[in-house]
Design a protein around this ligand. Sequence first.
Ligand code: SAH
Ligand code: SF4
Length: 391
Amino acid sequence: MDAKAPITQDVLTIPRKLPDGPQNLIGMSHEQMRHALIAAGTAEKQAKMRVGQIWQWLYHWGVRDFDAMTNLSKDYRAMLADSFVIELPEVVTRQISDDGTRKYLVRIAGGHEVEVVYIPETDRGTLCISSQVGCTLTCSFCHTGTQKLVRNLTAAEIVGQIMIARDDLGEWPVPGGPKGDARLLSNIVLMGMGEPLYNFENVRDAMKIAMDPEGISLSRRRITLSTSGVVPEIARTAQEIGCQLAVSFHATTDAVRDRLVPINKRWPIAELLDALRAYPKVSNSERITFEYVMLDGVNDSDADAHRLIKLIEGIPAKINLIPFNEWPGAPYKRSSNNRIRKFSDIVYDAGYASPVRKPRGEDIMAACGQLKSATERARKSKAQIAQEAGL
Ligand code: SAH
Ligand code: SF4
């Protein structure tokens, strides 16, 4: 591929409004819901208040039935039921790993499927959600990148993943119930399938609902968006979402990063680092997480560790080392534990936290980069994967 060739996005985005039939209230922003309610006959003066009431039912109480919205009149509820639906993706299967990790296979409109993973830890519970079916990018170590079928998830489908996990965990509050209990689902990472910054608006709208104090009410400090390095959208993420940022860094020279994360050909390391340097100030967030997959003999030398430290100098950072999760046909091997420890020590000695990510839910193929959809239609061949990896 020509080094400066544009990375095209052949992605289908489903319009929020279906041509006929009722609209889904889930995923609408405040403003969109206000317009939709007015269009359905709500008096303009009342619309803002109605949005507030419906919003609380949907996102604070987790109610799915207009009849349960008891602070609305019977007639108004009937009007809502005529004009709107409350629609979430459908859970097809749920698997629970020996270590407590839960993986949901979720079906969205059009029969596509995405995976959602819940990872319980002692002090938190993290939900790993997807932003696209498949991914247009073709990182050579990533299973999702071998899928050809791609479509952007709607805001409803993104926030819906959080809602169905809360359903499964039995975590919606009950009126009069205890307050301030530690949450089972306390953190969100956009690290499932897809490149979130290639589906910016829908990801933003869904995260706004997740962060809304009247909605799902998760702090922006507990939401981490992982990008492969879509440089022009990084500043927008700081301004319009303000969540924590993780970046799939994975290499310390452009030659190697071009092979591992091909979007590097479009926005090479120096440009990416400039965007990252500006991020914390604009978003008022803390450290940037540098994700670094450990691939045997490819990016895991002492020299790599030293180069990494030099590159990120001056950026408040944490380095998250991810032992490569192998998948059938993968052109790489996981670095040895000794190698990973050595690399981690070098980074740590330079003053950076360098945790090694413990693979979770491996027995149910729920670990990073192992997600794939069971309905995927076309898979790349081994030869194609090897060619893209420059092997
Ligand atoms: N598309 C986004 C977010 C999803 S991937 C991104 O690339 O950042 C979440 C993380 O898992 C990324 O850092 C990704 O590089 C990493 N990953 C992908 N495949 C992996 C594999 N087989 N083993 C370990 N980590 C992997
Ligand atoms: Fe897409 Fe992220 Fe996988 Fe790269 S690592 S192919 S950007 S999902």
